[in-house]
Write a protein that binds this ligand. Structure first.
Ligand SMILES: *[C@@H]1O[C@H](CO)[C@@H](O)[C@H](O)[C@H]1NC(C)=O
Length: 295
């Protein structure tokens, strides 16, 4: 008999386990293009976990930003954008308090649209500065990354993945205008899938279904000016026609920070994974009510 069979079973099991889950067993190189603000705070936790599992992480961000600062579990690479920190803060979140003012709905809609236009212009400008930063793009291109991890609400990461011919993984809570459905060709019946801002549930009366079909039309305009510039930028870089849906269909995987405990049922595609629990990293036990329920 071969001597190998005499190795005690626990040792063999231990060795196998080490080979399977050892820290550096399958370390990949992950290029991360995050969305700033609260989106980044959720993503940061996931990156920390990826780092702990032996993956190498490089985060790319404009040097002027809101929350993306150096940490010891990733390498931060920054690029210049033509704004000072004060200008950037003012333009991005300058007038958000207006949302709480009591004004007419239409006035509010126009105001929010105006602010959104300014903010999305800054992000588009920032994306352009990255793509035309020859040194940084050259460096990223020669670093042989395995994957781009990005939040598609800021589709710059999806464009970057296309430009560098890398697979993309999307990490998101949601995207407006059903671009997740369109990008994955996921079935999306208006009669059953409640649309953003409608307050409908998955059981709708006839009138609610009509509302469900009409609401998305008003958002189309916003999505047009927010997302079309990324399709134009991708077309420019790749020298071929790229549509918004092309940009959103480039992901190999969609990691949704959602859970059907909170969300209504919806059709999903095989490359969609629900990871809602990731936002519960800093969970605390529920407070003890000591029989005070109902007070
Ligand atoms: C990346 O490098 C490859 C191989 O050198 C080259 O063909 C390609 O054009 C480069 N891509 C970019 C975006 O610079």
């Amino acid at each position: 008999m071969a001597a190998g069979f005499l190795v005690p079973l626990p040792v063999l099991t231990g060795l196998l386990l080490f080979l399977c889950v050892g820290p550096r067993a399958e370390g990949g190189k992950v290029l991360v293009l995050p969305m700033d603000g609260s989106h980044w705070l959720s993503m940061k936790k996931a990156l920390q976990e990826l780092h702990a599992r032996g993956h190498e992480i490089v985060v790319v961000s404009p040097e002027v930003n809101l929350h993306i600062k150096k940490e010891d579990f990733f390498t931060l690479m920054t690029y210049a954008i033509p704004y000072t920190q004060d200008e950037f803060n003012d333009l991005i979140r300058g007038h958000s308090y207006q949302v709480f003012e009591k004004v007419h709905f239409l006035k509010m809609f126009l105001k929010i649209t105006e602010n959104l236009k300014t903010a999305s212009f800054i992000y588009q400008r920032s994306c352009k500065e990255l793509m035309y930063n020859k040194d940084l793009i050259g460096h990223l291109n020669s670093s042989s990354f395995d994957v781009v991890l990005t939040d598609p609400v800021y589709p710059c990461g999806a464009v970057l993945a296309k430009y560098l011919s890398l697979p993309a993984v999307f990490f998101l809570r949601s995207v407006p205008c059903n671009l997740d459905f369109e990008g994955t060709q996921c079935p999306n019946p208006s009669s059953y899938v409640p649309r953003l801002l409608t307050m409908n549930s998955d059981h709708m009366t006839f009138l609610q279904r009509v509302k469900n079909m009409l609401y998305p039309l008003s958002l189309k305009y916003i999505c047009h000016f927010v997302f079309t510039p990324y399709a134009s930028l991708a077309s420019e870089l790749l020298q071929r026609e790229v549509s918004v849906v092309d940009v959103f269909s480039s992901a190999s995987m969609w990691l949704f920070r959602g859970d059907f405990v909170l969300d209504y049922p919806r059709p999903v595609m095989p490359n969609m994974v629900f990871i809602g629990g990731i936002n519960c990293v800093n969970r605390k036990p529920l407070s003890q009510l000591n029989g005070q329920v109902g007070r």
